[in-house]
Design a protein around this ligand. Structure first.
Ligand code: AMP
Ligand code: MG
Length: 416
């Protein structure tokens, strides 16, 4: 749980971001417990068992186009071939006859391919004259067919356990005629804010107070993940109050997420208390914003002690906590980190030794996309997150960015 720190060259050692992420993920196992839900109720939930296709989808070879079902071997290599039209196949109302030598059947999109036919010729290229259809040369055997089982094969795994259900998965489950699925139970997450200066909304601010924004950010992020939230409010920086809150949270939740109170100076009494209540490591991460973070266990609950600054909360949540929660929720495999290189439309200097997550905006220019800074980059400036559509990720060893340099971005789309 406490991987070795890296010496960053300035004599101070910080834990590299990747080591922290790996240590967190390695120490976690999916929660147990599942429930059966109707297909619509599976949106955002994680399948606890494979879904096996009970039959082929599509169930029969069928036509991808409106046209004529023919036998490829009947068609002349050059010129037109005249075929006798012997019937019509509609979607849901198959043609029960057989397409014999020199014959064709009119066929609609989605209709089963009649016995004898092996190819569909689209209606736009043929000539129809009474009960005859004239088919031009150049057709490929098997064209315009959707094969039975080409979407899902009977007996195959249609969706694996660990899949998180989005709109496509709901449709896929329904396409198999399945009405209920087994999903992992919801993850219970307790959130609390710490700080004597933190005020809940709904009352006027006293001198030196700030409104609690972190519980709202976390509410949004956790609701999107489909977690069951236990909001424990704001807890003052008093050891007894914190201890009571942590004990209560550990009883009720699988995961406790706190913000504030883990920076040097503040952490001392929390550290003592954590040592009494559980096993928690206090890390100094090689990251900006968000250097201090606590991670460990209190009772059976996993604890993430995030820093207090509102941007640091969001950065550490998305870089460390979100994947950890997905793993606990049973998601397997975890979604790959979406990163790509793009041209910088800004310049700045940076200290070596920490990975920096700037807030950026992607812009489409005539000569490709660029990324610019989304406003002031202070770790308390939440507006930068609201105006941004990506993180700009500057590695530990980077010391400066010039306009035109290539930088790596992590888009919010799909992440947040
Ligand atoms: P801390 O990590 O407790 O030292 O807090 C760092 C900074 O973040 C301080 O300026 C706090 O006032 C601020 N902060 C801490 N918690 C919150 C919160 N829940 N909402 C808004 N700001 C906060
Ligand atoms: Mg504080």
């Amino acid at each position: 749980m406490t991987p070795s720190s890296a010496d960053t060259g300035n004599g101070r050692s910080f834990l590299p971001v990747d080591a922290a992420r790996a240590a967190i993920l390695d120490s976690l196992q999916p929660i147990t417990g599942w429930e059966r839900v109707a297909v619509r109720g599976a949106l955002g939930r994680v399948l606890a068992a494979d879904i096996i296709a009970p039959y082929n989808v599509p169930a029969h070879d069928n036509s991808a186009m409106d046209g004529y079902a023919v036998r490829a071997q009947d068609l002349a290599a050059e010129g037109e071939t005249a075929l006798a039209v012997v019937g019509t196949a509609f979607a849901g109302r198959p043609f029960s006859g057989i397409v014999g030598a020199g014959q064709a059947a009119r066929i609609m999109t989605g209709a089963s391919i009649p016995q004898g036919a092996d190819t569909v010729v689209v209606q736009e290229v043929v000539r129809r004259d009474g009960e005859q259809v004239f088919v031009p040369a150049g057709q490929q055997q098997g064209q315009n067919l959707r094969r039975a089982g080409e979407d899902l094969a009977e007996g195959g795994v249609a969706l694996a356990a660990g899949s998180r259900c989005g709109p496509a998965e709901l449709g896929l489950i329904a396409s198999l005629g399945i009405a209920e699925v087994v999903v992992h139970r919801r993850l219970r997450v307790a959130i609390l804010s710490t700080g004597d200066e933190i005020a809940s909304i709904g009352r006027p601010l006293g001198p030196g107070e700030v409104y609690d924004s972190n519980r709202y950010t976390l509410f949004g992020a956790l609701s999107r993940l489909g977690c069951e939230l236990i909001d424990m409010g704001v807890v003052p920086d008093r050891p007894e109050a914190l201890e009571t809150a942590f004990r209560e949270a550990a009883r009720a939740a699988d995961v406790i997420i706190t913000s504030g109170g883990v920076s040097v100076g503040e952490a001392d009494f929390i550290r003592e208390m954590m040592a009494r209540l559980g096993e928690v490591a206090f890390w100094k991460l090689a990251i900006k914003p968000g250097r201090p973070m606590a991670f460990g266990r209190i009772g059976d609950a996993v604890l993430f002690g995030l820093p207090g600054n509102p941007v640091a909360v969001m950065v550490t949540f998305y870089q460390f906590v979100q994947d950890a929660l997905l793993k606990l929720m049973g998601v397997n495999p975890l979604p790959p980190a979406e990163r790509f290189p793009v041209r910088a439309g800004f310049a700045l200097r940076k200290q070596r030794g920490r990975v920096e997550y700037l807030r950026g905006r992607l812009q489409r220019g005539a000569d490709g996309p660029t990324v610019t800074l989304a406003g002031a980059q202070g770790s308390g400036v939440l507006r930068s997150m609201s105006e941004a559509d990506c993180f700009i990720v500057l590695p530990e060893d980077c010391t400066a960015v010039q306009a035109g340099d290539t930088v790596c971005v992590q888009p919010f789309h799909g992440l947040v």
